[in-house]
Write a protein that binds this ligand. Structure first.
Ligand SMILES: [Mg+2]
Length: 218
């Protein structure tokens, strides 16, 4: 009988892609104030940043370095934008609307914990804003230990905090190479959350999720 469910945070319980989209949009507006936010130029820059960001797995110095090269910006922007991201990204956090109710439903049957990769202050801010903090018995932020998923050592820290062995844990996460890989190496059961949340736009352009939807929207 499984006793504990351990959750990833970004893109599992919080809408990290939505937050990234909003912050990149604000940053593009700062760098290129001459572009209207609803212009295709602005949106293209945001979409490029979202693509280079790879769900948050790429260092922001690389993302903004590429941005500066693509748009022929002065090199000083790279550090300025990276520092700004690290300082403020946590403030953009919002939970998926269904997260809290789902965790509450599970809470009676399972003990719940959180294991997230990232900078301490940024991840703690996200936890604070996710609206689910009180439902977790343990919250482990990799940056506070200098060990990150998929290293089994960080999964062990979470298990020790909960007082369980890995065999008693189900890990739920959206990134295979960190969440699922590390949890399997650690001896946990896993659930892979797989949804296409990368593609979003605020422009008034029809969006379809499958080619079969096309006839109906034309
Ligand atoms: Mg994640």
């Amino acid at each position: 009988m499984m006793k504990v469910i351990l959750f990833d945070l970004d893109n599992t319980l919080i809408d990290r892609q939505g937050a990234a989209y909003d912050m990149y949009s604000d940053m593009v507006a700062t760098v290129f104030p001459e572009w209207d936010r609803m212009s295709v130029e602005h949106e293209t820059a945001v979409q490029r940043l979202m693509l280079w960001d790879e769900y948050g797995s790429i260092g922001k110095d690389h993302v903004f370095g590429r941005f500066c090269r693509t748009y022929h910006l002065d090199e000083s922007w790279e550090k300025k934008l990276t520092d700004h991201w690290v300082q403020y990204f946590g403030d953009y956090t919002r939970a998926f609307p269904e997260s809290r109710a789902t965790l509450e439903k599970l809470k009676g049957k399972y003990r719940l914990g959180l294991l997230t990769n990232g900078y301490p202050h940024m991840q703690r801010r996200k936890v604070e804003l996710c609206g689910c903090e009180d439902l977790f018995e343990a919250i482990v932020v990799s940056g506070e230990h200098g060990i990150h998923k998929p290293d089994p050592a960080i999964f062990k820290i979470a298990c020790d905090k909960m007082g369980v062995s890995p065999e008693e844990v189900i890990f739920v996460g959206d990134t295979f190479s960190t969440d699922i890989y590390g949890a399997v190496l650690s001896g946990m059961k896993t659930v892979f959350l797989h949804s296409d949340i990368l593609h979003k736009t605020k422009l008034n352009i029809p969006v379809i999720h499958s080619i079969e939807e096309l006839p109906d929207i034309l």
